[in-house]
Design a protein around this ligand. Structure first.
Ligand code: 2HA
Ligand code: ZN
Length: 270
């Protein structure tokens, strides 16, 4: 068996959550990340047929039966992951219609996966239907996106258009836009179902007055997606109180679509 702590997916996960913490997106125990692993990938490092213990998930997700995930732990601080990955991270394999998770490695202090596990797993199901290459769901609390939900309309088209107007590259990075949930109680199956429903049409879902969810094919891409939206929100928060004398027009957005071969969300540009 190879050394799990040297596995490329482990190294990348530790780097990513450390970077998220360094960006100020994950104070205290804020944020959570799940990365889908193939069973073949897992078998290089551990025997998935000998689980450490089994944790009930509290929901059902038959589509994910047998799927393995590297996931952050509940109550754990991203700040600490690099120093004790075996406590702050875990690898699980779902079974029994996704109602049970076999812990294959990690959470060595008796811990369990993130309280947002329902939102993560349901979002994986939704994104895999839209894009079979999707492997990552990421949640965090970036300050400017959060701030924006206090002062900007939560209408998804309006919210998306504002972000697109803040940096030229936004429409290229997230042409599907940003979906928005109103404030909801976190850590529940209800917010999980609502997030997954929003994930059907966009890879970014804002949780008003809380944070954001992103999904993508790998950790780098998903981090970059949130990073780009957060940068746009930062520009917005710098200018929202000032008279706007220039903007990126819809005509210019159409030029970006052509130049970069992307299609903006239907009906979002005039
Ligand atoms: O505690 O971010 O949404 C981690 C969270 C909950
Ligand atoms: Zn959160």
């Amino acid at each position: 068996m190879k050394d799990l702590l040297k596995a490329p997916f482990m190294v990348e996960m530790i780097r990513t959550v450390t970077n998220m913490y360094d960006h100020g997106w994950d104070e205290r125990n804020g944020g959570n990340v799940s990365l889908m692993l193939s069973e073949a990938e897992v078998r290089e490092y551990l025997n998935p047929d000998h689980p450490v213990r089994t944790i009930p998930t509290g929901f059902s997700a038959p589509e994910l039966d047998g799927a393995c995930f590297l996931v952050t732990g509940t109550g754990k601080y991203f700040k600490n992951v690099q120093y004790a990955p075996e406590i702050n991270l875990g690898i699980v394999r779902l079974r029994d219609q996704g109602t049970q998770a076999d812990l294959l490695w990690g959470f060595e202090d008796g811990g369990r996966f993130t309280s947002e596990f329902p939102a993560h797993m349901m979002s994986h199901v939704a994104r895999l239907k839209a894009d079979p290459e999707n492997r990552v769901v990421m949640h965090c609390h970036p300050a400017n996106l959060l701030a924006m939900t206090y002062v900007h309309s939560l209408d998804e088209r309006e919210f998306t258009r504002t972000l697109w107007q803040m940096c030229t590259e936004c429409i290229v990075v997230f042409p599907d836009g940003v979906n928005v949930l109103p404030w909801m109680l976190c850590g529940t199956n209800e917010i999980g179902e609502a997030t997954a429903d929003k994930m059907k049409t966009a890879r970014l879902v804002v949780w008003s007055q809380h944070g954001i969810y992103g999904a993508g094919k790998d950790l780098d891409e998903t981090f970059g997606l949130i990073e780009t939206a957060e940068k746009a929100a930062e520009i917005y928060m710098k200018i929202a109180h000032l008279p706007r004398v220039n903007t990126i027009t819809d005509e210019e957005m159409h030029l970006l679509e052509q130049r970069f071969g992307v299609r903006a969300r239907e009906g979002y540009l005039s």
